[in-house]
Design a protein around this ligand. Sequence first.
Ligand code: HEM
Length: 48
Amino acid sequence: MAPAFNAERLTDSAKVEKWFKRNCKDVLSRECTAIEKVDVLAYLMGLK
Ligand code: HEM
């Protein structure tokens, strides 16, 4: 899911928000905070 490996990842903000909402609820039983989303995005965008 890192843009370095698939240029189409993280390009559609509506889709990113949709999947954050769905997957955070599945995994954490709550929505992620803005800080948690920034951490995940920074990690994925930093992969080379
Ligand atoms: C806290 C844990 C998770 C976070 C923060 C997370 C985050 C995300 C984000 C941001 C996207 C959008 C990616 C994009 O737009 O390129 C996404 C997509 C997706 N995630 Fe997760 N995810 C998590 C856990 C999971 C789990 C446990 C599953 C399945 C077992 C899963 C399955 C998927 C699928 C199927 C997509 C859509 C991929 C596609 O569009 O091709 N995720 N996730």
